[in-house]
Design a protein around this ligand. Structure first.
Ligand code: UDP
Length: 264
């Protein structure tokens, strides 16, 4: 089904996505842009085709998580760049799950990048761009009322379950899930509330390293100017079985991106 009314109410525009009012009450349309930012907006650029790939990758992973009983906001993909999602009340936390030392953890604690962590570590950051998303603890979260102790517990359990499942899934396609960021929301059904996975899961918010070569296959290629950024996102999609076979064939890529124009 193609949903494309002429004028839609834009609810929110973020760095990589736009949210529009959905076709039914309680729904939103999530549009994936090609825009890329890093270092809290200090570095800006475009990764051609990223929005299309992240829409597919996130759809695939959210559907897999639904199959194992993880509740998510995802409903269905609408077209190459848009998906229909449930409107949730976003909890203002970025939840980072780490398996291998990298990025800010490696830097802050002086641990060599690539060191296997003794166990998976879950961290919370307060979602506030103006403050650079500072790290917070349960104490801050409950004291300021961002989430209740019950909600924190639920978020922890879901995060670890998602981590176990996704680590296995990525390992199966030769990728190590080094760390990733999740966001959760509250979904209300009359008086009942459930915590559900929201936002997206894609190479924009995961670190994925090739098992054989340790090559980075995620947004670090953009952050660190490693080149072949588009190719890395395509390779992740190809290994997940989402992108047509033979990624090196320009024909395939051209066909893939041309079909974006006809899929609206
Ligand atoms: N991450 C994210 N959005 C953010 C910050 C981090 O998606 O605003 C992801 C990032 O891609 C990585 C993980 O969370 O997979 C851990 O990031 P880290 O704290 O190491 O920060 P970074 O080094 O990316 O600044």
């Amino acid at each position: 089904m193609n949903f494309r009314p002429t004028k839609r109410h834009r609810i929110y525009e973020g760095k990589a996505k736009v949210l529009f009012e959905g076709p039914e009450p309680g729904t939103l349309v999530q549009y994936f842009k090609d825009d890329a930012t890093a270092f809290n907006n200090k570095k800006k650029g475009t990764i051609v085709g990223k929005g299309v790939l992240n829409n597919r990758i996130s759809e695939y992973l959210m559907m897999k998580l639904t199959e194992i009983g993880v509740p998510t906001h995802f409903m269905r993909r609408l077209n190459m760049r848009e998906q229909l999602i449930r409107k949730v009340e976003i909890i203002p936390l970025e939840v980072v799950i780490r398996n291998i030392a990298a990025g800010s953890l490696a830097k802050r604690l002086g641990i060599e990048e690539g060191t296997q962590l003794p166990r998976s570590i879950v961290e919370f950051y307060y979602k506030k761009d103006e403050l650079n998303d500072p790290m917070v603890t349960d104490e801050h979260i409950t004291a300021f009322g961002w989430a209740s102790p019950y909600e924190i517990e639920e978020i922890m359990q879901l995060s670890l379950r998602i981590n176990d499942y996704l680590s296995g899934l990525f390992l199966g396609i030769g990728l190590r899930l080094v760390d990733f960021k999740l966001e959760f929301g509250r979904l209300w059904n009359h008086e009942e509330m459930r915590i559900v996975l929201a936002d997206e899961i894609s190479p924009d918010n995961c670190r994925l390293w090739d098992v054989q070569t340790n090559e980075k296959m995620d947004k670090d290629r953009f952050r660190q100017d490693l080149g072949k950024v588009e190719e890395a996102y395509q390779e992740v999609a190809r290994r997940l079985g989402i992108l047509a076979e033979n990624p090196t064939s320009t024909d395939t890529q051209v066909q893939y991106f041309q079909s974006e124009k006809t899929d609206k």
